[in-house]
Ligand binder design. Structure first.
Ligand code: CAA
Length: 257
């Protein structure tokens, strides 16, 4: 499939999506986000893919929703077209998705990174929700996901002032899982993605579903859900292989069944 706004590539068991609108700092137009959804659909269907990486350029992961596309919008058009809602596709991906963030991750760019399962940041990454400076509210989960990541005080300050956070502050605050030097970003992220993709796919998907439950339900319900997933994992061939390999002192060969 030929894309105009993204590049896609399969590297072994890892599906790589690179946002590619360099002249607009990867501003997230509706067309770009539709392509991201199509690419995710393809990787989701591809049984050989066990993990997806979403990245941008060294200067910008994404500088937000496309302001030039939004400028002429009025309420009726935004409401009738359910503007931005199709972006939720990223958060609904069932296979793990890692955001590899270098440079600006602003507005919708920060929100897109937060829709992924975790963020590995280059040391030049900058995160922010500058929508307030444009006279709008964040629209792709910024007020909700950022608050869950970094807590109310920091999220409130970021959303009310539009201030950017550098990579170190983002790591301290829990927004990113770790920081790596810019030059090593893709190599490091690919190593992590390959590691995940080598595990049992049904089990990595169950882990993802279980962790996400922690954000959607009570502790008691979340623990119940996890326990059911744990029991279900004993129905996979991969449980026999994983535990058998441990006992036999060899490396497991997961078959994703
Ligand atoms: N939408 C459309 N175009 C954008 C863009 C965006 N979000 N961000 C940057 N661009 C374009 C610029 O218009 C410029 O294009 P031209 O050369 O045609 O003028 C090009 O990208 C390069 O940008 P700058 O010249 O501004 O680059 P810079 O290095 O001087 O500044 C920046 C970089 C600080 C990121 C600055 O571009 C900026 O502030 N961008 C906007 C950030 C923003 O407000 N994002 C939030 C958008 S709203 C949103 O995302 C809503 C939501 O919650 C879903």
């Amino acid at each position: 499939m030929a894309y105009e706004n993204i590049l896609t590539e399969k590297r072994g068991k890892v599906g790589l999506i690179t946002l590619n609108r360099p002249k607009a700092l990867n501003a997230l137009s509706s067309a770009l986000m539709a392509e991201v959804a199509t690419a995710l659909d393809a990787f989701e269907k591809d049984e050989r893919i066990g993990c997806v990486v979403l990245t941008g350029s060294e200067k910008a992961f994404a500088a937000g929703a496309d302001i030039k596309e939004m400028q002429p919008l009025d309420f009726a058009r935004a409401y009738l077209t359910d503007f931005i809602t199709p972006w939720d596709r990223v958060a609904r991906n069932r296979k793990p998705v890692i955001a590899a963030v270098a440079g600006y991750a602003l507005g919708g760019g920060c929100e897109l990174a937060m829709m992924c399962d975790f963020i590995i940041a280059a040391d030049n990454a900058r995160f922010g929700q500058p929508e307030i400076t444009l006279g709008v509210v964040p629209g792709a989960g910024g007020t909700q996901r950022l608050t869950r990541f970094v807590g109310k005080s920091k999220a409130m300050e970021m959303c009310l002032t539009g201030r950017m956070m550098d990579a170190e502050e983002a790591e301290r605050a829990g927004l990113v899982s770790r920081i790596v030097p810019l030059d090593d970003l893709m190599e490091e992220v690919m190593k992590v993605a390959e590691k995940i993709a080598d595990f049992s796919l049904p089990v990595t998907m169950m882990v993802k579903e279980s962790v996400n439950r922690a954000y959607e339900t009570t502790l008691a319900e979340g623990i119940r859900f996890e326990r059911r997933m744990f029991h279900a994992s004993f129905a996979t061939d991969d449980q026999s292989e994983g535990m058998g390999a441990f006992v036999e002192k060899r490396s497991p060969q997961f078959r994703n069944k």
